[in-house]
Design a binder for this molecule. Structure first.
Ligand SMILES: O=CC(=O)O
Length: 326
């Protein structure tokens, strides 16, 4: 008997991969078993006939892809919490469901945000370079001094699950004030964290550490441009673990060159990866990680499992465990 086709655009983490391979009674699994994505034309060809597609944030899911899959397509399940790579309207129009992986990656992503904040505050990039170069790079009373968060103000852009987890982790470092900017006040979360809802302008003018934890959408694209940097404190640190496009990279580079802010630490960029030699990679006051926010064994396994659940639920017309409201 023919089984519905589940197309998977990547190799999954080991345990989830094994689970996928044991699904043969329920679905026919077709997979591009590689860490790298398919070229666009090949992807369009491979999704043909799929009832469900498991994809990642590098795969653009749009009307063309939905059409290429065919009218039987029931669900797209992305192994990510963010879904800015998906044209939600195109899915809605075709009655295709969208699953994603919220919750399971909150802790790992918040940990990475704290890692970046500390790396920036303690000027780890410069210190690593000094250590790697050997020579006179030992203990110094005066060289490469960083800053501590005690008595400082923390500003969070987006007080969702990840933003809140970032605040919980950072509060013990001694911040005396927490500000957040969000389209709507998040009363329950804010109350628990003693965080104050303010305008983005106030947040930028008052914060020593600014962490971007919001989704990418038309309102947040380019939110950090030259006007935002002009408002920030010259001693401020900016951390972005959300999406690269929230920050205008040219404006950031200009702000770093003109010392409008002290340091930027980015887990996300446009494009990903930045080309070798990109000025943000070589800038002494910019730390860049290659989008490792959720990259732990535990979290990636949980994400892939949730994505499989979502895909199977969609294919077999059951309620999705984590559905995006389209
Ligand atoms: O960036 C990662 C995600 O959206 O899960």
């Amino acid at each position: 008997m023919s089984r519905p086709v589940l197309f998977v655009t990547r190799e999954l983490p080991e345990k989830a991969q094994q689970r996928l391979e044991n699904l043969t009674e329920e679905v026919e699994v077709r997979q591009h078993r590689s860490e790298e994505g398919l070229g666009r034309q090949q992807l369009l060809a491979e999704v043909r006939g799929a009832w469900g597609i498991i994809c990642v944030l590098d795969d653009t899911v749009d009307a063309e892809l939905v059409q290429a899959a065919g009218p039987q397509l029931r669900v797209v399940s992305t192994v990510s919490v963010g879904y800015d790579h998906v044209d939600t309207q195109a899915l809605k129009t075709q009655g295709v469901l969208l699953g994603h992986t919220p919750g399971v990656l909150t802790d790992a992503t918040a940990d990475t945000t704290v890692l970046l904040a500390l790396m920036a505050a303690r000027r780890a990039k410069e210190a690593l370079e000094r250590a790697a170069n050997g020579g006179s790079s030992g203990f110094s009373l005066t060289r490469g001094l960083g800053t501590q968060f005690g008595e400082q103000t923390l500003g969070i852009v987006g007080l969702g699950r990840i933003g809140s987890a970032v605040v919980s982790r950072l509060l013990p470092f001694g911040f005396t004030r927490v500000l957040y900017a969000a389209p709507r006040p998040q009363d329950k979360r804010a109350h628990a964290l003693n965080a104050q809802h303010v305008s983005l302008e106030t947040l930028l003018e008052s914060s020593d550490l600014v962490c971007i934890c919001c989704p990418l959408n038309p309102q947040t694209t380019g939110l950090f441009g030259s006007q935002a940097f002009a408002r920030m404190r010259r001693s401020a640190i900016l951390v972005n673990s959300a999406r690269g496009a929230v920050v205008d990279h040219d404006a950031l580079l200009d702000a770093l060159d003109r010392r409008l802010i002290a340091h930027a630490a980015l887990d996300v960029t446009v494009p990903e990866p930045l080309p070798a030699g990109h000025p943000l990679l070589t800038h002494p006051h910019c730390t860049v990680l290659p989008h490792i926010g959720s990259a732990t064994e535990q979290t990636r396994a949980a994400m892939a499992n949730l994505a499989i659940d979502n895909a199977l639920d969609g294919i077999f017309a059951r309620p999705l465990k984590a559905k995006v409201d389209l």
